[in-house]
Design a protein around this ligand. Structure first.
Ligand code: CAA
Length: 258
Protein backbone atom coordinates (compact mmCIF):
# COMPACT_ATOMS: atom_id res chain seq x y z
CA UNK A 1 0.00 0.00 0.00
CA UNK A 2 1.36 3.47 -0.87
CA UNK A 3 1.74 6.17 1.77
CA UNK A 4 -1.20 8.55 1.89
CA UNK A 5 -1.36 12.10 3.22
CA UNK A 6 -4.76 11.79 4.93
CA UNK A 7 -5.05 8.04 5.55
CA UNK A 8 -3.07 5.62 7.68
CA UNK A 9 -3.01 1.90 6.94
CA UNK A 10 -2.03 -1.14 8.90
CA UNK A 11 -2.74 -4.81 8.13
CA UNK A 12 -2.04 -7.71 10.47
CA UNK A 13 -1.07 -11.30 9.68
CA UNK A 14 -4.66 -12.54 9.93
CA UNK A 15 -5.75 -10.22 7.11
CA UNK A 16 -7.47 -7.58 9.25
CA UNK A 17 -6.72 -4.05 8.08
CA UNK A 18 -7.22 -0.81 9.98
CA UNK A 19 -7.81 2.33 7.94
CA UNK A 20 -7.48 5.55 9.94
CA UNK A 21 -8.76 8.87 8.63
CA UNK A 22 -5.94 11.19 9.59
CA UNK A 23 -6.73 14.93 9.64
CA UNK A 24 -6.55 15.54 13.39
CA UNK A 25 -6.42 19.34 13.08
CA UNK A 26 -9.82 19.29 11.33
CA UNK A 27 -11.44 16.54 13.42
CA UNK A 28 -10.74 14.17 10.48
CA UNK A 29 -13.22 16.07 8.28
CA UNK A 30 -13.56 14.72 4.75
CA UNK A 31 -12.02 17.09 2.22
CA UNK A 32 -11.28 16.52 -1.47
CA UNK A 33 -7.89 14.94 -0.69
CA UNK A 34 -9.48 12.37 1.63
CA UNK A 35 -11.93 11.30 -1.09
CA UNK A 36 -9.21 11.11 -3.76
CA UNK A 37 -7.12 8.95 -1.44
CA UNK A 38 -10.10 6.85 -0.33
CA UNK A 39 -10.77 6.02 -3.99
CA UNK A 40 -7.11 5.01 -4.49
CA UNK A 41 -7.30 2.95 -1.30
CA UNK A 42 -10.47 1.14 -2.45
CA UNK A 43 -8.95 0.43 -5.88
CA UNK A 44 -5.91 -1.09 -4.16
CA UNK A 45 -7.75 -3.31 -1.67
CA UNK A 46 -10.20 -4.52 -4.32
CA UNK A 47 -7.24 -6.39 -5.85
CA UNK A 48 -5.91 -7.68 -2.54
CA UNK A 49 -6.98 -11.24 -1.78
CA UNK A 50 -5.09 -11.24 1.54
CA UNK A 51 -7.42 -8.67 3.13
CA UNK A 52 -10.19 -10.47 5.08
CA UNK A 53 -11.79 -7.61 7.06
CA UNK A 54 -11.57 -3.84 7.26
CA UNK A 55 -11.87 -1.65 10.35
CA UNK A 56 -12.29 2.10 9.78
CA UNK A 57 -11.57 4.68 12.46
CA UNK A 58 -10.31 8.26 12.98
CA UNK A 59 -7.05 9.58 14.40
CA UNK A 60 -7.06 10.53 18.08
CA UNK A 61 -9.71 10.03 20.72
CA UNK A 62 -11.95 13.02 19.91
CA UNK A 63 -13.31 12.28 16.47
CA UNK A 64 -14.12 9.45 14.10
CA UNK A 65 -14.95 11.97 11.36
CA UNK A 66 -16.67 15.34 12.05
CA UNK A 67 -18.28 15.49 8.61
CA UNK A 68 -17.61 16.86 5.17
CA UNK A 69 -15.10 19.72 5.27
CA UNK A 70 -17.39 22.72 5.74
CA UNK A 71 -14.66 25.24 4.92
CA UNK A 72 -14.05 23.59 1.55
CA UNK A 73 -17.64 23.70 0.27
CA UNK A 74 -18.71 27.02 1.79
CA UNK A 75 -18.54 28.83 -1.60
CA UNK A 76 -19.85 26.01 -3.80
CA UNK A 77 -22.60 26.51 -6.41
CA UNK A 78 -25.58 24.10 -6.55
CA UNK A 79 -23.93 22.23 -9.43
CA UNK A 80 -20.66 21.84 -7.55
CA UNK A 81 -22.54 20.70 -4.44
CA UNK A 82 -24.49 18.06 -6.38
CA UNK A 83 -21.21 16.74 -7.78
CA UNK A 84 -19.70 16.69 -4.28
CA UNK A 85 -22.67 14.72 -3.02
CA UNK A 86 -22.58 12.21 -5.90
CA UNK A 87 -18.85 11.63 -5.43
CA UNK A 88 -19.25 11.04 -1.68
CA UNK A 89 -22.21 8.73 -2.26
CA UNK A 90 -20.24 6.77 -4.85
CA UNK A 91 -17.19 6.27 -2.63
CA UNK A 92 -19.33 5.20 0.35
CA UNK A 93 -21.28 2.81 -1.86
CA UNK A 94 -18.01 1.16 -2.86
CA UNK A 95 -17.19 0.78 0.85
CA UNK A 96 -20.61 -0.80 1.47
CA UNK A 97 -20.10 -3.16 -1.47
CA UNK A 98 -16.69 -4.45 -0.39
CA UNK A 99 -16.95 -8.23 -0.18
CA UNK A 100 -15.37 -8.39 3.29
CA UNK A 101 -16.75 -7.32 6.69
CA UNK A 102 -16.31 -3.57 7.22
CA UNK A 103 -16.55 -2.29 10.80
CA UNK A 104 -16.65 1.38 11.77
CA UNK A 105 -14.86 1.92 15.07
CA UNK A 106 -16.56 5.19 16.05
CA UNK A 107 -14.05 6.67 18.48
CA UNK A 108 -15.60 10.09 19.11
CA UNK A 109 -17.61 12.52 16.93
CA UNK A 110 -19.28 10.93 13.90
CA UNK A 111 -21.18 13.86 12.48
CA UNK A 112 -22.72 14.60 9.10
CA UNK A 113 -20.60 12.95 6.41
CA UNK A 114 -18.73 11.20 9.24
CA UNK A 115 -21.85 9.38 10.41
CA UNK A 116 -22.74 8.75 6.77
CA UNK A 117 -19.34 7.08 6.36
CA UNK A 118 -20.04 4.90 9.41
CA UNK A 119 -23.53 4.07 8.06
CA UNK A 120 -21.95 2.72 4.86
CA UNK A 121 -19.91 0.29 6.97
CA UNK A 122 -21.58 -3.06 7.71
CA UNK A 123 -21.31 -2.81 11.50
CA UNK A 124 -20.65 0.04 13.92
CA UNK A 125 -18.99 -0.17 17.32
CA UNK A 126 -18.73 2.96 19.49
CA UNK A 127 -16.40 4.20 22.20
CA UNK A 128 -18.17 5.43 25.36
CA UNK A 129 -17.46 9.07 24.33
CA UNK A 130 -18.90 8.64 20.82
CA UNK A 131 -21.31 11.32 19.63
CA UNK A 132 -23.29 10.66 16.47
CA UNK A 133 -25.56 12.93 14.48
CA UNK A 134 -26.57 14.50 11.21
CA UNK A 135 -26.40 18.24 11.99
CA UNK A 136 -26.62 19.38 8.34
CA UNK A 137 -29.90 21.28 8.94
CA UNK A 138 -27.94 23.59 11.24
CA UNK A 139 -25.94 24.57 8.13
CA UNK A 140 -29.08 24.97 6.02
CA UNK A 141 -28.48 21.60 4.36
CA UNK A 142 -29.57 17.99 4.38
CA UNK A 143 -27.20 15.01 4.62
CA UNK A 144 -25.61 14.48 1.21
CA UNK A 145 -23.46 11.37 1.48
CA UNK A 146 -26.30 8.85 1.69
CA UNK A 147 -27.54 9.66 5.21
CA UNK A 148 -31.18 10.23 4.22
CA UNK A 149 -31.20 6.76 2.60
CA UNK A 150 -29.16 4.62 5.01
CA UNK A 151 -30.18 6.03 8.39
CA UNK A 152 -33.90 5.10 7.94
CA UNK A 153 -32.87 1.56 6.98
CA UNK A 154 -30.97 1.23 10.25
CA UNK A 155 -33.10 3.09 12.83
CA UNK A 156 -36.46 3.39 11.02
CA UNK A 157 -37.99 6.37 9.22
CA UNK A 158 -39.42 8.22 12.22
CA UNK A 159 -36.24 8.06 14.31
CA UNK A 160 -34.15 8.98 11.27
CA UNK A 161 -36.30 12.01 10.49
CA UNK A 162 -36.32 13.02 14.13
CA UNK A 163 -32.50 12.98 14.12
CA UNK A 164 -32.19 14.66 10.71
CA UNK A 165 -34.80 17.39 11.36
CA UNK A 166 -33.44 18.26 14.80
CA UNK A 167 -29.78 17.79 13.92
CA UNK A 168 -29.31 16.64 17.50
CA UNK A 169 -26.35 14.65 18.73
CA UNK A 170 -26.88 11.11 19.99
CA UNK A 171 -24.52 9.70 22.62
CA UNK A 172 -23.18 6.14 22.63
CA UNK A 173 -25.82 4.67 25.00
CA UNK A 174 -28.72 6.03 22.95
CA UNK A 175 -27.01 4.97 19.70
CA UNK A 176 -26.87 1.44 21.09
CA UNK A 177 -30.50 1.52 22.19
CA UNK A 178 -31.76 2.54 18.72
CA UNK A 179 -29.54 0.04 16.88
CA UNK A 180 -27.33 2.72 15.37
CA UNK A 181 -24.30 0.95 16.84
CA UNK A 182 -24.06 -2.75 17.71
CA UNK A 183 -21.80 -2.42 20.73
CA UNK A 184 -20.11 0.05 23.06
CA UNK A 185 -16.45 -0.82 23.56
CA UNK A 186 -15.53 -1.38 27.19
CA UNK A 187 -11.80 -1.37 26.50
CA UNK A 188 -9.68 -0.59 23.47
CA UNK A 189 -12.13 -0.03 20.60
CA UNK A 190 -9.83 -1.44 17.89
CA UNK A 191 -9.22 -4.59 19.93
CA UNK A 192 -12.97 -5.01 20.38
CA UNK A 193 -13.56 -4.45 16.66
CA UNK A 194 -10.92 -7.13 15.96
CA UNK A 195 -12.72 -9.41 18.42
CA UNK A 196 -15.98 -8.88 16.55
CA UNK A 197 -14.34 -9.80 13.26
CA UNK A 198 -12.54 -12.91 14.57
CA UNK A 199 -15.42 -15.41 14.25
CA UNK A 200 -16.10 -14.10 10.72
CA UNK A 201 -12.54 -14.94 9.65
CA UNK A 202 -13.24 -18.60 10.37
CA UNK A 203 -16.14 -18.74 7.91
CA UNK A 204 -16.16 -19.35 4.16
CA UNK A 205 -15.02 -16.07 2.56
CA UNK A 206 -17.27 -16.39 -0.50
CA UNK A 207 -20.29 -17.02 1.73
CA UNK A 208 -19.45 -13.80 3.62
CA UNK A 209 -19.25 -11.89 0.33
CA UNK A 210 -22.60 -13.25 -0.85
CA UNK A 211 -24.19 -12.55 2.55
CA UNK A 212 -23.14 -8.90 2.27
CA UNK A 213 -24.56 -8.76 -1.25
CA UNK A 214 -27.84 -10.44 -0.26
CA UNK A 215 -28.44 -8.28 2.83
CA UNK A 216 -27.81 -5.15 0.76
CA UNK A 217 -30.84 -6.11 -1.34
CA UNK A 218 -33.13 -6.52 1.70
CA UNK A 219 -36.33 -4.51 1.40
CA UNK A 220 -36.05 -4.29 -2.38
CA UNK A 221 -38.63 -5.95 -4.63
CA UNK A 222 -36.18 -8.52 -6.00
CA UNK A 223 -34.45 -9.17 -2.65
CA UNK A 224 -35.78 -12.73 -2.23
CA UNK A 225 -34.96 -13.64 -5.83
CA UNK A 226 -31.45 -12.24 -5.37
CA UNK A 227 -31.01 -14.30 -2.20
CA UNK A 228 -32.06 -17.50 -3.99
CA UNK A 229 -29.62 -16.84 -6.84
CA UNK A 230 -26.70 -16.11 -4.51
CA UNK A 231 -27.61 -19.17 -2.41
CA UNK A 232 -27.55 -21.25 -5.59
CA UNK A 233 -24.20 -19.76 -6.72
CA UNK A 234 -22.54 -20.90 -3.51
CA UNK A 235 -23.42 -24.54 -4.24
CA UNK A 236 -20.79 -24.55 -6.97
CA UNK A 237 -17.96 -23.40 -4.67
CA UNK A 238 -15.25 -25.63 -3.22
CA UNK A 239 -15.87 -24.10 0.20
CA UNK A 240 -19.48 -25.33 0.17
CA UNK A 241 -18.25 -28.86 -0.53
CA UNK A 242 -15.64 -28.51 2.22
CA UNK A 243 -18.12 -27.04 4.73
CA UNK A 244 -20.72 -29.75 4.24
CA UNK A 245 -18.11 -32.54 4.10
CA UNK A 246 -16.49 -31.26 7.32
CA UNK A 247 -19.91 -31.30 9.03
CA UNK A 248 -20.53 -34.89 7.94
CA UNK A 249 -17.01 -35.96 8.99
CA UNK A 250 -17.40 -34.10 12.33
CA UNK A 251 -14.28 -31.96 11.82
CA UNK A 252 -13.53 -28.25 11.43
CA UNK A 253 -13.70 -26.98 7.83
CA UNK A 254 -10.64 -25.58 6.09
CA UNK A 255 -11.88 -22.93 3.72
CA UNK A 256 -9.86 -21.78 0.70
CA UNK A 257 -12.03 -18.88 -0.45
CA UNK A 258 -12.81 -20.78 -3.68
N1 CAA B 1 -15.22 20.77 8.52
C1 CAA B 1 -14.12 21.54 8.60
N2 CAA B 1 -13.46 21.76 9.76
C2 CAA B 1 -13.94 21.17 10.86
C3 CAA B 1 -15.09 20.35 10.84
C4 CAA B 1 -15.74 20.16 9.60
N3 CAA B 1 -16.82 19.36 9.46
N4 CAA B 1 -15.34 19.92 12.10
C5 CAA B 1 -14.37 20.44 12.89
N5 CAA B 1 -13.52 21.20 12.14
C6 CAA B 1 -12.35 21.96 12.59
C7 CAA B 1 -12.78 23.23 13.31
O1 CAA B 1 -13.07 24.24 12.39
C8 CAA B 1 -11.51 23.51 14.12
O2 CAA B 1 -10.56 24.08 13.28
P1 CAA B 1 -9.71 25.37 13.77
O3 CAA B 1 -8.91 24.87 14.93
O4 CAA B 1 -8.88 25.70 12.57
O5 CAA B 1 -10.70 26.41 14.16
C9 CAA B 1 -11.03 22.11 14.50
O6 CAA B 1 -11.65 21.21 13.57
C10 CAA B 1 -11.44 21.70 15.90
O7 CAA B 1 -12.85 21.84 15.99
P2 CAA B 1 -13.57 22.66 17.18
O8 CAA B 1 -12.67 23.73 17.69
O9 CAA B 1 -14.91 23.07 16.69
O10 CAA B 1 -13.68 21.51 18.28
P3 CAA B 1 -14.80 21.32 19.39
O11 CAA B 1 -14.31 20.21 20.26
O12 CAA B 1 -15.15 22.62 20.01
O13 CAA B 1 -16.12 20.85 18.58
C11 CAA B 1 -17.31 19.54 16.95
C12 CAA B 1 -16.10 19.62 17.89
C13 CAA B 1 -18.61 19.43 17.76
C14 CAA B 1 -17.11 18.27 16.11
C15 CAA B 1 -17.38 20.80 16.05
O14 CAA B 1 -16.10 20.96 15.44
C16 CAA B 1 -18.40 20.73 14.96
O15 CAA B 1 -19.59 20.97 15.21
N6 CAA B 1 -17.99 20.42 13.72
C17 CAA B 1 -18.86 20.42 12.56
C18 CAA B 1 -19.81 19.24 12.56
C19 CAA B 1 -20.74 19.30 11.36
O16 CAA B 1 -21.54 20.20 11.21
N7 CAA B 1 -20.65 18.31 10.47
C20 CAA B 1 -21.44 18.23 9.28
C21 CAA B 1 -20.66 18.80 8.13
S1 CAA B 1 -21.65 19.03 6.70
C22 CAA B 1 -21.71 17.53 5.96
O17 CAA B 1 -21.13 16.56 6.42
C23 CAA B 1 -22.48 17.51 4.69
C24 CAA B 1 -22.76 16.18 4.13
O18 CAA B 1 -23.61 15.44 4.58
C25 CAA B 1 -22.05 15.73 2.94
Amino acid sequence: MKNFETLLWEQDGSGVGVLTINRPKAMNALNDKVFVELQEFIDTINNDQSLRALIITGTGDKAFVAGADIKEFADFSSEEATKLSLRGQNVFQQIEELGIPVIAAVNGYALGGGLEFALACHIRIASPNAVLGLPEVSLGLIPGYGGTQRLPQIVGKAKALEMIMSGRFVKAEEALSIGLVSKIAEGDILEEARGMVKPMLKQAPLAITKAIEAVKESGKTNGFEHEANLFGDLFSTADFKEGTQAFIEKRKPEFQGK
